[in-house]
Design a protein around this ligand. Structure first.
Ligand SMILES: Cc1cc2nc3c(=O)[nH]c(=O)nc-3n(C[C@H](O)[C@H](O)[C@H](O)COP(=O)(O)OP(=O)(O)OC[C@H]3O[C@@H](n4cnc5c(N)ncnc54)[C@H](O)[C@@H]3O)c2cc1C
Length: 478
């Protein structure tokens, strides 16, 4: 038995330290089920002090640590490799809400709080935490911070980084750095909080955070609108922003291929059109004001008529071709369930190559046209799906397994990846918009990240983690 395991077992009980292979199984396989590694043990500390104790023991034994929260990451960062040399440090038992302040509009929560639990807890107090996406029932705030997660409400509220006011973390040498604060302004040197956000477990373990809260919207108007192309879709977004004073909460791109996949692989979801359109957007506007949320004497709810008017004007100008507005909360939920089921449906359809990319908004249309041509030149008539958070210029660009067996050809896959990454660089985009680097994007990190930026990141890593114990082999090429 390894020394680190003995050391952990002598300090903690057997609910905190798991060593049985069956007990460890769910911690060593990633969400898509593609990556399975091995771990010496899984440590499940219940407090920041216990996290620090685990880190100190691991440092003493030179044992790599893989921090893990909800294990829903899709870049391979949350699971150990197959060397069997690492321990997994799960934050799942650090799930206390330490404080909610309705007057300061903040909450201080531990890393293992499940996102959906946070939603429900603050909504019971008429408050709103806007970070939201399909994995909300399993992902945890520590993982959201470590990946700087995005999702469907970034357009209005920002990504996880923008929602975070303060962080508590355990450094790779076991010291606890307490930057928890609800301060909106704090210019006291380098922003270490921002250093931990998006660091994917490579600089330390996030144990708690202070996050911003918002007023809970009183009404939301939601529609699937058919648009002629991406550029017209963006025009609809800009008009809706102007008309609502920036109250567009979400603006998602849904192409035909996605709806076909839903029909085939997730038929429990309702397609809101008789005939699947080529391209539509899912638009949602929201209000926290009674004036817009409460029905007038004729039963008209102003926020709904506002959305109807935006869509009707768009129809007259050829920006919108058809639209369905959710007439009840149940219908709205159905629309979002379909959108949030995307990753599962697309995974079931057999992803061959998947990308999570971002582009300047005014380049998205041209990029999609260009990459379709470039990929077609390598493997003709591939089935591609460019859905995503259009309001943020973020596409989850997926190419499905070709029927003729071309997926066997690694060289084709490599050529397509290179074509996409080259095109992203040509169009001024990013090869990782919101899922992070993990292990799956190391190739792009090596070849497409600004070399000076990469070198500075390596220097920061070496300064904070000279023994390289924090999630080695993830995020930074070695
Ligand atoms: C159905 C589905 C839909 C999704 N949709 C979106 C989406 O719309 N937008 C989006 O951004 N992502 C999305 N994701 C990806 C994923 O849910 C996010 O990356 C999420 O933030 C990961 O959180 P987690 O708690 O599961 O982290 P984990 O998977 O446990 O970890 C992710 C990374 O963070 C590190 N880490 C975890 N916890 C800590 C900690 N406390 N301290 C330091 N490092 C830590 C891990 O080592 C790993 O590198 C989706 C995933 C699924 C399965």
């Amino acid at each position: 038995m390894s020394n680190i395991v003995t050391a952990l077992q002598s300090k903690f009980d057997n609910t905190t330290v798991l060593t049985d292979l069956q007990d460890m199984a769910k911690y060593v396989t990633d969400w898509p089920g593609k990556l399975t590694g091995k771990a010496l043990a899984v440590a499940r500390p219940s407090s920041t002090e216990e996290v620090a104790a685990v880190v100190k023991l691991a440092l003493g034994h030179g044992t790599p640590i893989v921090p893990q929260s909800g294990n829903t990451g899709v870049a391979g960062g949350s699971v150990p490799d197959d060397s069997g040399a690492a321990i997994v440090l799960s934050l799942e038992r650090m799930n206390k809400i330490r404080d909610i302040s309705p007057s300061a509009m903040t909450m201080t929560v531990e890393a293992g709080c499940v996102l959906e639990t946070l939603h429900e807890t603050v909504e019971a107090q008429n408050l709103f935490f806007p970070l939201n996406f399909g994995a909300k029932g399993s992902c945890m705030i520590g993982g959201n911070l470590a990946t700087n997660a995005g999702g469907q409400n970034v357009l209005r509220y920002g990504n996880t980084r923008e929602l975070c006011l303060g962080i508590e973390a355990v450094l790779p040498d076991g010291r606890i750095v307490n930057l928890l604060s609800g301060l909106r302004k704090d210019n006291t040197g380098y922003d270490l909080r921002d250093l931990f956000i998006g660091s994917e477990g490579t600089l330390g373990v996030i144990t708690a955070a202070t996050m911003k809260l918002f007023h809970l919207p009183k009404a939301r108007a939601t529609s699937f609108a058919v648009v002629p192309d991406i550029s017209h879709g963006l025009e609809l977004l800009n008009r809706a922003q102007a008309e609502t004073g920036g109250a567009v909460e979400a603006f998602e791109l849904i192409p035909r291929v996605f709806m076909e996949i839903i029909q085939e692989y997730a038929p429990q979801h309702n397609i809101p059109f008789d005939k699947i359109p080529d391209l539509c957007v899912l638009i949602e506007i929201a209000t926290t004001s009674d004036t817009e949320a409460v029905a007038d004497a004729d039963g008209v709810v102003p926020i709904f008529s506002k959305l109807e008017k935006i869509l009707a004007n768009g129809f007259e100008d050829g920006i919108v071709q058809d639209a369905v507005i959710a007439s009840s909360e149940a219908q709205r939920r159905e629309m979002w369930d379909m959108r949030e089921g995307a990753l599962e449906a697309v995974t079931a359809a057999g992803v061959w190559i998947g990308f999570d990319i971002s582009l300047p908004l005014d380049q998205v249309h041209a990029f999609v046209d260009e990459i379709t041509q470039r990929a077609d030149a390598i493997v003709p008539e591939l089935r591609m799906c460019h859905m995503g958070h259009l309001g943020d210029g973020n596409l989850h660009y997926t190419i499905f397994s070709p029927e003729d067996g071309a997926e066997e050809s690694t060289s084709n896959a490599d050529a397509i990846k290179a074509a996409v990454y080259d095109a992203i660089a040509d169009f001024g985009g990013s090869f990782s918009a919101e899922h992070g680097i993990g292990t799956t994007k190391l190739y792009a990190m090596t070849n497409y990240k600004d070399p000076v930026a990469l070198a500075v990141m390596q220097q920061i890593k070496a300064a904070l983690d000279p023994k390289g114990i924090m999630n080695p082999g993830k995020l930074l090429p070695q």
